[in-house]
Design a protein around this ligand. Structure first.
Ligand code: SAH
Ligand code: SF4
Length: 362
């Protein structure tokens, strides 16, 4: 759905009074209208016109796969130029509904453990294409839970968290990403608290610097994954462009300037970065910062890396915690449908025939 500003401009051009934009936003974002025709507060001729000229979702939904326990829903979206991206809804037992969005088609950064990286970079998504992934799942929840706009308590029936951990590097598509975040945050649109929106980056230093000056209080997650430049470079080529030293120095500035906490993401790859030495080196590197560490159990793909396993993850956690650094281990939903975050890649295009592609083809 185009942004409120674009909507007002459009209505103005068409000679339609501006107050109609509020009714349209109310219909789409609060009442879950999937076609303009469903917005009954609008006159019929305007509904017909909108129907002919605008679309609520900027893409088609090709497939939707729900995990057997209903906790995870993965959707395959087809953009107007045919590009395919995935988004995931995770319904946590405590009532939180989190959407993992894609920010690019593919990703050019080629981290060796990441399925999206093997696709290469195809293009940036627009702000509308990013925000619409959240709109789609918000409407899905309204529809499946019977939520209405008049519900005093919509908890559990709407999207309340967003993480940019689907396909792509959000900080190489900064402007569109931030514009989509504003739509998500806008109370007239999705109304998601900025503190419940997390941007995840592999460490694009210039964009981290830009974020420091943005008043929006979003969360920053940094995919650190290794405690030394040498190791990091061996499986994250982006470390050649922005070294670990430069990244850490920038994050120190970020914390100082914004007083926000940084979340360090650390994917646990067996025999690569999961040793007690790595845990100590990581803790030494970031101790004293306002931060926390999120250990990510690796979702095995066809790329040859293995999950470190629970006992090594627990040992790693204990060491980092002994430096007074808070550590969490990510609860990963959706492995059974290849929908865990960071595991998204559209593979049927290339006919790789993975479990992922098979599920999508069903
Ligand atoms: N490009 C950004 C955001 C998308 S990737 C980034 O790299 O941060 C989101 C997260 O998923 C990253 O931390 C990434 O390292 C992680 N990830 C990628 N593949 C994964 C896999 N197979 N299992 C678990 N995490 C994975
Ligand atoms: Fe791109 Fe992130 Fe995957 Fe690296 S982990 S290839 S940056 S999507």
């Amino acid at each position: 759905m185009i942004t409120p500003t674009e909507l007002i401009d459009y209505l103005k051009q068409e000679g339609v009074p501006a107050y109609r934009s509020r009714q349209i936003l109310q219909g789409v974002y609060k009442e879950g209208a999937r076609t303009f025709d469903e917005i009954e507060t609008l006159p019929k001729d305007l509904r017909d016109k909108l129907q002919a000229e605008l679309s609520i979702l900027s893409f088609e939904v090709l497939k939707e796969v729900t995990s057997p326990n209903g906790e995870t829903v993965k959707a395959l979206f087809k953009m107007s130029d045919g590009a395919l991206v995935e988004g995931v809804l995770m319904r946590f037992r405590d009532g939180r509904n989190s959407v993992c969005v894609s920010s690019q088609v593919g990703c050019g950064l080629k981290c060796s453990f990441c399925a999206t990286g093997t696709m290469g970079f195809k293009r940036n998504l627009t702000s509308e294409e990013i925000a619409d992934q959240v709109l789609y799942f918000d409407q899905y929840l309204k529809r499946t839970t019977g939520a209405t706009a008049k519900d005093p308590d919509q908890s559990g029936k709407r999207v309340d968290h967003v993480i940019f951990m689907g396909m792509g590097e959000p900080f190489l598509n900064y402007e569109a990403v931030m514009s989509s975040v504003r739509t998500m945050n806008n109370p007239d649109c999705l109304g998601i608290a900025s503190r419940s929106i997390t941007l995840s980056t592999s460490g694009i230093v210039p964009s981290i610097k830009k974020l420091m000056d943005d008043p929006l209080q979003v969360n920053l997650a940094v995919s650190i994954h290794a405690p030394t430049q040498e190791l990091r470079k061996s499986f994250m080529p982006i470390a050649n462009a922005y070294s670990l030293d430069e990244l850490i120095a920038t994050l120190k500035d970020y914390i100082k300037k914004t007083h926000r906490r940084v979340s360090y993401e650390y994917v646990m790859l067996r025999d690569i970065n999961d040793s007690p030495t790595c845990a100590r080196q990581l803790a030494e590197l970031i101790r004293g910062q306002r931060c926390h560490v999120n250990l990510i159990p690796y979702n095995e793909t066809y790329l040859g890396f293995s999950n470190a396993g629970k006992s090594r993850i627990d040992a790693f956690r204990e060491i980092v915690e002994s430096y007074d650094i808070p550590v969490t281990v990510r609860v990963s939903l959706g492995q059974d449908i290849s929908a865990a975050c960071g595991q998204l890649a559209v593979e049927e295009e290339e006919g790789k025939g993975s479990a992922n592609a098979k599920l999508m083809a069903e």
